[in-house]
Design a protein around this ligand. Structure first.
Ligand code: 1PR
Length: 554
């Protein structure tokens, strides 16, 4: 008897498990249909494809018992895909039937004027402002969403409107953010990734006694019009480049234009012992990540920057880092470096999908793919279509495209604007101000910038989107570590080329640089490393500056 979790095998359920542990709750996993009889509370978390979730439930004989559990009146909490399965269908997979408890379809967000997935922290509105049962949810708090499909709020669908608890707005679309009726509660957002407000919500639900569906009066439907602006925040991401130092310790390092070795003996306290040529050591990954979580980072990113060399999954120290970090960090975690097919020392082959799966099970929410994305897009361009085997395709298929980030390491290539007649003419940027008279395009690289490829940043971004990427992490080798500010031309070029979210990265030197990049480029998020590690600029300062500039932040 007690609290049970339903794991359908895709996505990061460890974060929920860690949240429950942190809140002091014991739980068990549903492993067979019989377990439903023992459950007195049930949480179904998950991300990923609708079809995969339903097929998984059916193949394990859990579909009908789950439905019967919910109809029996015992408490149910569905998170993301656990909410969506309550509906009748999803346009993600026509013909696949959901549990049908809420008579309404799930459909894709309209991407004609906004990026999809809807990824980030958004506000929710209670359908009934007088709602007494807030279910632990808070007004004016931001919750973390990551999804491409949603149930549009439709007050004309009276049967479905009965279930609506809160709505959220993305662009001009109002969708269902949470449902609540009797024993059933569900959120489209991830409480386990929504920091302290998410933990409070989980705690409130767990502390509640059982409720039953029976006898609820029908609520009158409430019409709702979109506001002029949605509540989605611009995200601030703290990034840690991680690698082994020369003593074999995994450390956070930071390069200047990707060179992470000390140029000369340094006198700053953190690198006192450093000598020329040594790998810069800016701290331990878990300690720094925890500091950034406490400071209000909207996401944390860990990149294993030397994994292009050899990165067997067996004994991968980054996995231990992710596991420990995920125990106390309740915002999204992205892990990058080495997400590719590998071979363990004993000869065991591991596919990129398996590698990513290990990271998701350790507590990562997204994986970031660098070099492999370049190879896959080269292949795509040569053959005209994806063959379904690339890391992007296989991971997006299993875990959903919102779990797949492509990290791009571009470099400027200067050309003569008068005479250049090469293949990247349409992507050429003409310099302004101090750079007047110059022209350049952005070339992609692999292996941490060590190898140039005959591929432009636009080609890579568009090819990655076609193969399943859900977000672009856009670095700049020219700006990395310089503190000169983000490369607006680069970011604008990519922002306009794709309809998935773009994270601006490299070059942040002040809080003002974040305001500028959001104002100038339309990037959904901005990432920095060096200034946060050295505490030259704090995350709190960036957030404060954003509030002053009237940018939505949390
Ligand atoms: O190719 O899939 O194994 O992935 C390798 C990953 O490691 C890629 O995401 C690649 O960007 C990254 N990487 C490889 N070498 C380096 C290096 O620095 N020598 N770091 C590297 C990339 C760039 C940003 C950095 C920003 C912000 N680091 O992540 O954090 O530029 O820095 P700043 O705010 O200090 O300017 P694979």
């Amino acid at each position: 008897m007690g609290l049970y979790l339903l794991d359908y095998g895709a996505g990061n359920v460890r974060s929920l498990a860690n949240s429950l542990k942190k809140l002091g709750y014991e739980f068990q996993w549903i492993s067979s249909p019989d377990d439903f009889a023992k459950a007195t509370k049930l949480i179904f978390p998950g991300v990923g494809a609708f079809k995969r979730a339903i097929e998984h439930l059916q193949s394990r004989g859990l579909f009908e018992p789950l439905k019967q559990y919910i109809l029996s009146g015992r408490p149910y909490f569905g998170i993301c895909i656990g909410l969506q399965v309550l509906f009748s269908s999803s346009s993600e997979n026509p013909g696949v039937e959901g549990l049908g408890i809420i008579p309404s379809p799930i459909q894709r967000f309209d991407s004609s004027s906004k990026s999809v997935p809807h990824m980030g922290w958004n506000l929710v509105d209670f359908l009934d402002p007088e709602e007494k049962s807030k279910e632990g949810m808070e007004e004016k708090a931001h919750y973390y969403f990551v999804h491409s499909y949603r149930a549009l709020y439709n007050s004309a669908n009276i049967a479905a409107a009965q279930w609506v608890h809160t709505t959220a707005q993305y662009g001009q679309e109002i969708f269902i953010a949470s449902v609540h009726k009797g024993n059933v509660f569900g959120t489209q957002f991830h409480p386990e990734k929504s920091g302290e407000v998410g933990l409070r919500l989980l705690n409130a639900w767990l502390a509640k006694s059982e409720e039953r569906l029976v006898g609820e009066p029908a609520r009158p439907p409430i019409a709702r019009l979109p506001k002029s602006q949605d509540g989605l925040t611009k995200r601030i991401i703290a990034c840690m480049d991680v690698r082994m130092n020369d003593d074999g310790d995994l450390v956070v390092t930071k390069g200047d234009q990707y060179n992470v070795r000390e140029k000369e003996a340094s006198s700053t306290s953190t690198v006192k012992a450093a000598t020329a040529g040594a790998v810069r050591n800016l701290g331990k990954p878990v300690a720094l990540a925890s500091r950034y979580y406490a400071a209000g980072a909207d996401e944390i990113c860990l990149l294993n920057i030397t994994s292009f060399r050899h990165s067997p999954l067996h004994d991968q120290p980054m996995l231990a880092v992710v596991r420990t970090a995920a125990e106390s960090i309740f915002v999204p975690l992205t892990i990058g470096g080495g997400i590719k097919d590998t071979v363990d020392p004993d000869g065991t082959r591991r596919s990129a999908l398996e590698v990513a799966g290990e990271y998701f099970r350790a507590g990562a929410d997204k994986v970031s793919i660098g070099s492999e994305a370049v190879f896959a897009v080269e292949k795509l361009r040569a053959s005209g279509r994806g063959d379904g085997t690339s890391a992007m395709e296989t991971i997006a298929d299993a875990y959903g495209r919102q779990a797949v980030v492509v990290s791009i390491d571009p470099k400027r290539v200067y050309v003569d604007p008068e005479t250049y007649d090469g293949p990247y003419k349409s992507e050429l940027v003409l310099g302004r101000g101090e750079e007047k008279g110059k022209a350049w395009w952005y070339q992609c690289t692999v292996s941490g910038g060590r190898q140039l490829k005959d591929l432009s940043v636009v080609q890579l971004a568009q090819g990655s989107e076609a193969l399943g990427a859900g977000e672009i992490l856009l670095n700049s080798i020219d700006r990395d570590g310089t503190g000169k500010g983000f490369d607006f031309d680069l970011i604008r070029l990519v922002r306009n080329a794709v309809s998935i979210p773009v994270v601006a990265s490299s070059g942040a030197g002040s809080a003002a640089h974040f305001i500028e990049v959001f104002g100038q480029t339309g990037a959904e998020a901005a990432l920095a490393a060096g200034i946060f590690h050295r505490e030259e600029v704090k995350i709190e300062e960036v957030k404060e500056a954003m509030k002053l500039a009237k940018l939505i932040t949390r």
